[in-house]
Design a protein around this ligand. Structure first.
Ligand code: HEC
Length: 125
């Protein structure tokens, strides 16, 4: 009887060891099964401004304001956001000019980040 108990304890230890190793693998540097979109830390300064500058800046920043829309400064971008034009254009919604003009639509992840920022009230954070 004591021998059986010892055996059970040993098996439990082995299984426990395997489980925690697998857990470590998931948190390690291995490839994730699906591409992830991290929208947990979306801010104007770190997320929105660089994204717009890179994808839209040639026509909407640094002195350019195609269609009367500037996206190089916070107040301009907030105006485009609160009017609905920012999301309408990047989502290619009916009634808006699809953006970026002449280019591929922004990735679903980038659009999710913009959507999250606008939903938060387009804060200057
Ligand atoms: C190659 C130049 C170019 C790029 C790049 C570009 N735009 Fe535009 N955008 C325009 C022009 C020109 C207009 C004026 C409307 C038109 O001609 O379609 C415009 C209009 C807009 C409007 C007003 C649309 C409406 O229907 O009221 C918004 C908002 C906008 N752009 C946002 C963006 C955003 C966001 C990006 C980047 C993801 C972007 N644009 C990239 C040229 C550009």
């Amino acid at each position: 009887m004591p021998a059986k108990l010892l055996l059970l304890a040993g098996v439990a230890l082995l299984l426990g060891g395997c489980a925690s190793q697998n857990g470590e693998d998931l948190l390690g540097s291995g490839p994730l099964p699906t591409p992830s979109c991290d929208t947990t830390r979306v801010t104007y300064a770190a997320t929105v401004a660089p994204l717009l500058l890179q994808n839209c800046g040639s026509c909407h920043a640094n002195g350019a304001a195609a269609g009367g829309v500037g996206l190089g400064a916070y107040t301009q971008t907030k105006a485009a956001a609160t009017s609905g034009r920012l999301l309408g254009s990047v989502d290619h919604a009916p009634g808006y000019s699809p953006m970026p003009k002449g280019g591929a639509q922004l990735s679903a992840c980038d659009r999710a980040k913009l959507r999250k920022w606008v939903a938060a009230g387009a804060p200057n954070n």
